[in-house]
Write a protein that binds this ligand. Structure first.
Ligand SMILES: [Mn+2]
Length: 319
């Protein structure tokens, strides 16, 4: 019997798995990647006796790969908050899927565990840019403002680490970052004792300063589009920076495009914070697009479709 843990390589994926394995420790095979690498289920080589947990990646994007895994007889638990499409009805599949825009996988796991490792669920929610929800969820912990801000920084940095085209762009491969988090039942002990926190904080600061110097390509009251250069810094900061732009302009939708080697763009879209919907609808109009209502993306937008994207974005988010 092999235990296989499949998780998105961002804060939410890492914190969701960490809560589960703190509650039920075991040796497991880890399958993850950069945040954008969500076709993770196809990497599973399943056998009938395997126990598989899949966290924070869309079932819709993994359904074709999930069906043969289920056929193998392996037991699959699927926990997520992305668009699932049709959920296969199988005896060996258990799903906990909630696409509410104020939900994240870490919070779903927290509910399943009855709040056992809540501080990590709060970190997950901060990582997914659910700032108000994170603070509300944190109430039973009675944290000081300073402690809440530390969890917000940790969530932001774990999330920041996941962004990039390939693992080479990242400070830590997400599987390694998870293993470094693993010994810490408290996020504060991870912050104080593991140098990864400082490495990420320093990297973030430098990438962030470069991002601030880039002005919007176009901006209206309803939408803003930024184009970032073909550079690892841009690929790392784009997602978190898009979250920040969203927080600063809550009535506007934001798209952050990063140029790729072939001249196409990697796109991050954030719906307006005061109406967290439509980002997934916009991105799914493009071949490599996907995501959730509040935050979505396109893996490869051809340069020839830039205008099409801009006008689709305008119509999607017209006030
Ligand atoms: Mn998530």
């Amino acid at each position: 019997m092999t235990v296989i843990d499949v998780f998105n390589g961002d804060a939410d994926g890492i914190c969701a798995l960490h809560q589960l394995r703190l509650a039920a420790p075991c040796e497991s095979t880890l399958i993850t990647g950069v945040k954008r690498d969500i076709a993770l289920v196809k990497q599973i080589k399943a056998e009938a006796s395997d126990k598989i947990t899949v966290l924070d990646v869309s079932l819709d994007k993994n359904r074709d790969a999930l069906l043969p895994v289920l056929d193998s007889g392996a037991e699959v638990t699927y926990i997520d908050h992305h668009f699932p499409g049709d959920i296969p009805e199988r005896q060996n599949l258990t799903t906990h899927i909630n696409t509410d825009s104020e939900m994240c996988t870490g919070l779903i796991v927290n509910e399943l565990l009855g709040g056992e490792h809540l501080a990590w669920a709060v970190t997950a929610a901060f990582g997914d840019n659910l700032l108000t929800t994170a603070r509300t969820a944190a109430a039973p912990l009675n944290l000081s403002e300073d402690e809440l801000e530390k969890l917000q920084t940790l969530g932001t940095l774990l999330n920041y680490n996941g962004y990039g085209s390939t693992l080479d762009d990242l400070y830590f491969p997400p599987a390694e970052l998870y293993k470094r988090v693993q010994p810490h039942s408290s996020p504060f002990s991870f912050i104080n004792e593991d140098g990864a926190f400082t490495t990420l904080a320093d990297g973030f600061k430098s990438d962030h300063e470069r991002a601030l110097s880039i002005t919007a390509e176009r901006a209206t009251d309803d939408i803003a589009i930024y184009i970032f250069p073909n550079d690892a810094f841009a690929r790392r900061i784009s997602g978190v920076y898009a979250n920040e732009l969203a927080q600063e302009n809550p009535t506007r939708a934001h798209a952050l495009l990063s140029e790729l080697d072939d001249g196409s763009y990697l796109v991050s879209v954030r719906a307006p914070l005061n109406n967290r919907t439509g980002a997934d609808e916009l991105c799914r109009q493009f071949e490599t697009g996907g995501g959730r209502k509040a935050a979505a993306g396109i893996n490869k937008l051809p340069a020839t479709e830039l205008e099409k994207f801009a006008s689709a974005m305008s119509s999607q988010f017209q006030a």
